[in-house]
Ligand binder design. Structure first.
Ligand SMILES: Cc1cc2nc3c(=O)[nH]c(=O)nc-3n(C[C@H](O)[C@H](O)[C@H](O)COP(=O)(O)O)c2cc1C
Length: 339
């Protein structure tokens, strides 16, 4: 059970307890956070992780994990503007024993802190950090400026001059980060810059039809399902006609945790786009994938680029660079440098 300490005006401190977190805990967490936001005073959030036994990938734990992600995502959608204005940062405190067990080298510790920063930036528009004690966390949070986070604006204008659009949905920020890597690889290949847009910031999904070529990023969630923000817009795709449009998908998944549903969302989205008359390009396969089943796998290829940041992050850049080169070819575009 989570315990809360919000008697210090500058901080919301949450102790996770030494059992597995349950969806109820996160419902309480969000409630505390919201009621503190309502006071209008800036504060930092500190999550004190207390060690608990490792859990297996049982069905029940997976359901809980999915539910917790949904709670955090709903909070992100409703409150990101407010958190980015009022929160100074999000710190996780790990006990020295946890650091020893899970992040024993400097490299792993830095990766863990960076993952927490990405998570905080993505969900709340604020910096994230990791420490091993409360005093360091308080000091760091006191040094952070509040109100620096830019709240995302709804995308309403129609960028009709652009030929290539890049849209993604993301629940914990990994697909956002990969979308930025794709964007960078695209520019590095000499192409006119494109902007990665979160599908949750799009007010009208028909904006997708303003492009000749689309790159869409989607993680698989909840055991073979679409990511939440994609799930919300998915029925609206039935109103759109993609005739004449070339669409490429990159999918994020975890082949070790979910070998029977690896990248399923790529297949679900790809199939729908083909049904809506899109020309699907960017099919991909390499010898490093190990999985049993995937709705995204047809004729010995994935219906897009498959990224597994959980188990194979070292392969990301070579995969992304190779795929981007393939896309430029299949989209029949020329680098601006030579056109
Ligand atoms: C509860 C849960 C369910 C998941 N289900 C799947 C799945 O069915 N197939 C898969 O390939 N990956 C699955 N994943 C892995 C996610 O796709 C992966 O963590 C991804 O990096 C999340 O990207 P995001 O941060 O952009 O949302 C699941 C992860 C969690 C936590």
């Amino acid at each position: 059970m989570f315990r809360f300490e919000d008697n210090e005006p500058d901080f919301l401190i949450v102790y996770t307890g030494n059992e597995h977190a349950e969806p109820e805990d996160y419902i309480h967490f969000v409630k505390h956070w919201v009621s503190k936001l309502e006071q209008g005073i800036p504060f930092g959030v500190i999550l004190v992780s207390e060690p608990h036994p490792d859990h297996e990938h049982t069905e029940e734990h997976r359901q809980d994990e999915a539910e917790i992600t949904r709670i955090i995502n709903d909070f992100r959608r409703d409150y990101r503007d407010r958190t980015s204005q009022l929160n100074t940062g999000f710190v996780r405190i790990f006990t020295p024993e946890m650091v020893q067990e899970y992040m024993p080298t400097q490299e792993l510790w830095d990766q863990g802190r960076e993952a927490n920063n990405r998570f905080a930036q993505y969900n709340w528009g604020i910096p994230g950090e990791g420490f091993t004690n409360l005093d360091d966390a308080r000091n760091w949070l006191r040094g952070q400026k509040h109100g620096a986070g830019a709240a995302p604006e709804a995308v309403t204008s129609k960028p009709s001059a652009e030929r290539v659009g890049l849209y993604y949905g993301s629940s914990t920020g990994i697909t956002e980060y990969i979308a930025e890597e794709v964007q960078e690889a695209w520019e590095k290949a000499g192409m006119k810059p494109i902007e990665a847009v979160n599908i949750t910031d799009v007010s009208d999904i028909s904006v997708l039809l303003d492009y000749d070529c689309l790159i869409l990023g989607i993680p698989t969630w909840n055991i073979g399902q679409l990511q939440d923000d994609w799930e919300i817009v998915f029925p609206q795709l039935d109103q759109l006609d993609f005739t004449g449009k070339k669409v490429a998908i990159f999918g994020i998944g975890d082949m070790r945790g979910y070998p029977d549903n690896f990248l399923d969302a790529v297949g679900i989205l790809g199939k729908k786009l083909i049904e809506r008359h899109a020309q699907l390009v960017g099919y991909w396969y390499d010898e490093h994938y190990k999985f049993r089943e995937s709705l995204g796998f047809v004729d010995s290829k994935f219906m897009g680029l498959g990224i597994d940041d959980t188990n194979q992050s070292k392969l990301n850049s070579q995969r992304i660079d190779g795929w981007v080169a393939q896309l430029i070819n299949e989209f029949a575009l020329q680098p601006t440098a030579v056109s």
